[in-house]
Design a binder for this molecule. Structure first.
Ligand code: AMP
Ligand code: MG
Length: 416
């Protein structure tokens, strides 16, 4: 494909070029945020044994059916049972066994009387009332029956799911593998975060931004450091980096004299599909693949590179990890002021969101230059302007991609 690719064409083409990775077995504790690749059935009952839901006495209900505060029943106490203890004693007619929450219900008992309905007098207990036959006994298998399907394949595993698997004694689980994502920063001007900044040098912040974004998506980031603007050096690093499941480069994809990334990717065996997208920020943005591996040539400008990550790389990684929901949440926002946009490009405008009568009100975070990372750091959303729009008018509505749906601000809006 040559010329300009639209954002929608780019998303479709990229997502169609990748498939979910194979599955792997991991320890249950390591499976948080992973997509389940097996149906999980329980090999046991949970709880495994009938147990008491209350601190009180295990009794025979028939002994107490007529008990009242005026005429309490008197039972002989045959010992006590803590959680984890097992009694070999039976509850015989006219007796009770003291029992704590979680302890197995002893043989002979068919109800638990809560301690509040009793008064212990030496080795006997007076019982004033019961809550009925079978009361406060959690039967075996009440939560989960042996053989029951508890988690279905395709599920994104959360904390409760991890605990649930532990509760049925499942130590390992089959989940979709996470992609290892190679990150290569390109540019003669780049230095490390610890290096002394001399004139003309720029800190390689993209490595930090992109590695974090990869991890936030649940994938594994592998940094290949900084590569100088040399076609042969770039190609050599790309060949190594292509052992990973995906490759992200930053910089060197525009029309400058030293923009060798596209050629070097081809030297390394990558089939390029497009290298310009009708968008702002991030107009120079290349995509290709080598076998099943997606390769993203992101622009060097810090904002362009993260916005392109959000639009294209994140959903790709999520698809590879087996997720069903690939995109960031989108809300409708009202514009607090006019915003001029470029014709022919889809624009993603960094905006703050405020609440106005229960609706979102968007205002620009300031300069929309693609080098100003702070304007993205301040943004809660990317307001989207279509290719055919040249102006978003104050008071009109536009879609807004939510960037920080966990922020305190949004939580307040939701009433927390
Ligand atoms: P390029 O796409 O290589 O023309 O770079 C565009 C702009 O982004 C230049 O101002 C670069 O200095 C800057 N830039 C490129 N790579 C990085 C990086 N890894 N970290 C921060 N800024 C970068
Ligand atoms: Mg460059």
């Amino acid at each position: 494909m040559s010329g300009m690719t639209t954002v929608n064409q780019a998303v479709t083409l990229i997502l169609n070029s990748v498939s979910p990775l194979p599955s792997e077995k991991v320890a249950v504790a390591e499976s948080l945020g992973r997509v389940l690749c097996e149906d999980v059935r329980s090999g046991r009952n949970v709880p495994a044994f009938a147990n008491s839901a209350m601190d009180g006495f295990a009794v025979r209900w028939a002994d107490l059916a007529a008990a009242s505060s005026a005429a309490p029943a008197s039972l002989g106490i045959r010992g006590g049972l803590a959680a984890g203890a097992v009694s070999r004693k039976r509850v015989l007619p006219g007796t009770a066994i003291r029992i704590m929450t979680g302890a197995p219900v002893p043989a002979g008992a068919d109800a638990i009387v809560r301690v509040e309905y009793t008064e212990t007098r030496g080795d006997r207990v007076a019982v004033f009332r019961t809550d009925g036959l079978g009361s406060h006994i959690r039967p075996a298998g009440e939560d989960i029956r042996k053989g029951q399907l508890v988690l279905e394949r395709g599920r994104l595993l959360g904390a409760a799911d991890i605990g649930l698997m532990a509760s049925i004694g499942k130590a390992t689980v089959r989940v979709r593998r996470r992609p290892v994502v190679a990150i290569v920063a390109t540019g003669d001007e780049l230095i490390g975060v610890e290096d002394r900044p001399s004139r003309g040098k720029v800190v390689n912040s993209n490595d930090y931004t992109l590695s974090s974004a990869v991890r936030e998506a649940g994938a594994v980031a592998k940094s290949f450091g900084i590569v100088r603007d040399s076609r042969t050096r770039l190609a050599a690093t790309f060949r190594k980096a292509l052992d990973c499941d995906a490759l992200i480069t930053s910089g060197g994809v525009s029309m400058g004299d030293y923009d060798y990334v596209k050629d070097a990717l081809e030297d390394a065996g990558v089939r390029m599909r497009f290298w310009k997208v009708a968008q702002r920020p991030g107009h120079p943005m290349a995509f290709g693949s080598k076998g099943p591996r997606p390769v993203f040539g992101l622009p060097g400008n810090p904002v362009s590179s993260l916005v392109s990550f959000i639009l294209y790389v994140r959903p790709t990684l999520l698809k590879m990890m087996g997720h069903e929901s690939l995109f960031m949440p989108v809300v409708r926002a009202k514009l607090a002021h006019d915003i001029k946009t470029a014709p022919g490009l889809k624009e993603f405008i960094r905006c703050r969101l405020e609440e106005e009568n229960g609706r979102f009100l968007a205002s620009s975070t300031g300069t929309q230059s693609s080098g100003v990372l702070r304007s993205l750091s301040l943004a809660q959303a990317l307001v989207v302007a279509r290719e055919d729009q040249t102006m978003l008018r104050k008071g009109s509505h536009a879609p807004a991609i939510l960037l920080d749906h966990r922020s305190r601000w949004l939580q307040r809006e939701m009433g927390f």
